[in-house]
Ligand binder design. Structure first.
Ligand code: NAG
Ligand code: NAG
Ligand code: NAG
Length: 511
């Protein structure tokens, strides 16, 4: 029943999209052929949209889990971009940031078309572009070219992807053609989202010829007015995109696009429009939610690190907005009651620093906190969210840490210990027991169930966790936690409206 309803809604949406497509082609209602796109393209569009979202966020060292090479910006023109290296895909990505005042930018006096002149460009014929966009791109053009050049020299086999949303989408083709002029042979793709028109039809010709229609992905939202600006009436023209090739470039096709580019969420807002089909959900046999874990411990650590790097913006938002679970606040209160002022606390797996690191640091006991996380992006968010001279953030795999005996009054690990591969758990507890001062406390929660889990879409990323089971946890702590006096309890915690998850809470005092 539900699926029939969904099908009806999708059909209705499709029809609306089709009608819109008809309306929007001015020269005699040319119908835009209704053609879906496949999952490969869908995934690409979603993937690069995430870069655009990341370009809006705070600049953390690992956008999408990759290496942020450099950020370039010019405050006077508002141009802002980042160059990221993806060593897995072997790509240099140049992502331009948008602006909330886009309509002002498009429509002010700089709307006049200026001759296209930009570093590295030779003869561009009659191409003319928006004066404001050009000035904006040109203010950072030489930096962008310099950085891309350096990356391509070091990584000659890599390709280049230029992307941007909104104003960022207007700068992207300008960036793409100047990089293309400098590197005629480097494979290149251009992905833009909700971009306004950038130049005249000679400019559109130039972009199409330089980048190649098959390498251009211009995604627009059916109701997004920005993409209809500046108007064609005053000489502006969109270049066409891959899906448009069967119709004149004057006819746009539509992709559903969420207007406020909502970080990682954006992907889920793609629904079927005129030429866009949401990929079929894979059957459960093809896409198991959890799979048997056959990975090596090293691979499991990498899954955790990359996952937390990639989901950092989304995870931070979630952690900042969700309330503190009762189990955490109760057990923290107990810890605060136990500790003397100015005690030293080690937090393993601090994530973005909220809520737990912040609670530790802001407690009136004036605790000194060393907060550790395996993900550089999480640490980056934490440094922004928790600023205090009494906290030190450390980017490290917790199992690689080393401290002298009796260093800390407490070691805490909230929702992090279960990300350690099983083989790491015992040795970790042995280290913790050594680092605790006599009378010091280990407070952490573990999984209450036994078994490895790899979830494919936790916070939009692949994530690993594991547990030894309640008995197994206690046995492990007994075996490795020399001198620890253990108290433990399984506590349920509400997730969302109706779901309850259980954790095995450990309170252990060093004798
Ligand atoms: C998806 O569509 C594109 C463009 O039509 C095509 O080049 C590509 O081969 C298709 N991929 C698959 C897996 O069908
Ligand atoms: C914590 O530090 C503040 C400021 O230095 C001080 O006023 C306060 O007394 C300290 N609290 C404790 C419990 O030591
Ligand atoms: C191990 C431990 O002390 N756990 C406590 C954590 O807080 C809950 C209340 O939410 C107590 O019931 C547990 O005893």
């Amino acid at each position: 029943m539900k699926s029939i309803l969904i099908a009806l809604i999708i059909t209705a949406l499709a029809l609306c999209g089709h009608a819109a497509a008809l309306q929007n082609t001015k020269e005699g209602l040319i119908p835009i052929p209704f053609k879906g796109i496949n999952e490969t393209i869908y995934n690409k569009l979603v993937f690069y949209a995430k870069y655009c979202a990341a370009a809006y966020g705070s600049r953390c060292p690992k956008p999408m889990g990759n290496t942020l090479v450099e950020q370039v910006r010019d405050d006077a023109t508002g141009a802002d971009g980042m160059i990221v290296r993806d060593d897995r895909k072997k790509e240099i990505v140049v992502a331009f940031r948008g602006t909330s005042e886009l309509t002002d930018v498009i429509t002010d006096i700089l709307i006049l078309l200026a001759p296209l002149q930009s570093p590295g460009l030779g003869d561009v014929g009659e191409a003319r572009v928006h004066t404001g966009f050009l000035a904006s791109y040109n203010s950072i053009a030489s930096d962008v070219l310099r950085i891309v050049e350096k990356q391509l020299e070091a990584h000659p086999s890599y390709s280049v992807v230029v992307t941007g949303h909104s104003l960022g989408g207007a700068l992207a083709p300008l960036g793409a053609i100047s990089i293309r002029a400098a590197y005629p042979k480097v494979p290149m793709k251009l992905f833009t989202y909700g971009q306004p028109r950038v130049g005249n039809s000679a400019f559109a010709d130039y972009v199409e010829a330089a980048i190649g229609a098959e390498n251009i992905y211009r995604a627009v939202h059916a109701w997004d007015g920005v993409v209809t600006l500046p108007p064609r009436l005053i000489g502006y023209e969109h270049y066409f995109s891959l899906y448009d090739s069967s119709v004149s470039r004057k006819g746009r096709y539509h992709l559903q696009w969420q207007h406020t580019l909502d970080r990682d969420q954006s992907a889920s807002y793609y629904v079927l429009r005129a030429k866009f089909v949401r990929p079929q959900k894979m059957s459960t046999s093809e896409a198991p939610n959890t799979v048997d874990v056959v990975n090596s411990p090293e691979e499991l650590r990498t899954i955790v690190q990359q996952g937390y790097d990639e989901c950092a913006p989304k995870y931070t938002t979630w952690q900042s907005s969700r309330g503190i679970p009762e189990s955490v606040s109760d057990n923290l209160s107990r810890l605060f009651a136990h500790l003397k002022p100015e005690s030293s606390v080690l937090e393993l797996g601090c994530g973005p620093g909220v809520p737990c690191t912040k609670l530790l640091v802001e407690n009136e006991l004036n605790l000194t906190v060393t907060a550790v996380d395996i993900s550089a992006s999480q640490i980056c968010h934490a440094r922004e969210l928790v600023q205090s001279p009494r906290v030190e953030f450390v980017h490290s795999d917790m199992t690689k840490l080393d401290y002298p005996e009796a260093t800390f009054d407490a070691v805490v690990a909230f929702y992090s210990f279960f990300h350690l591969p099983k083989v790491d758990q015992g040795p970790m507890v042995r280290k913790i027991a050594k680092w605790l001062k006599p009378g010091g406390v280990l407070l952490m929660n573990m999984k209450n169930e036994e078994g490895d889990d790899i979830v494919e879409k936790w916070m939009g990323v692949r994530m690993f966790s594991t547990g030894l089971g309640v008995e197994g946890n206690l046995k492990m702590i007994e075996e490795y936690g020399e001198g620890l006096d253990v108290e433990a309890k399984v506590i349920g915690e509400k997730m969302g409206l109706s779901m309850q998850v259980f954790f095995h809470w450990i309170w252990a005092v060093k004798k």
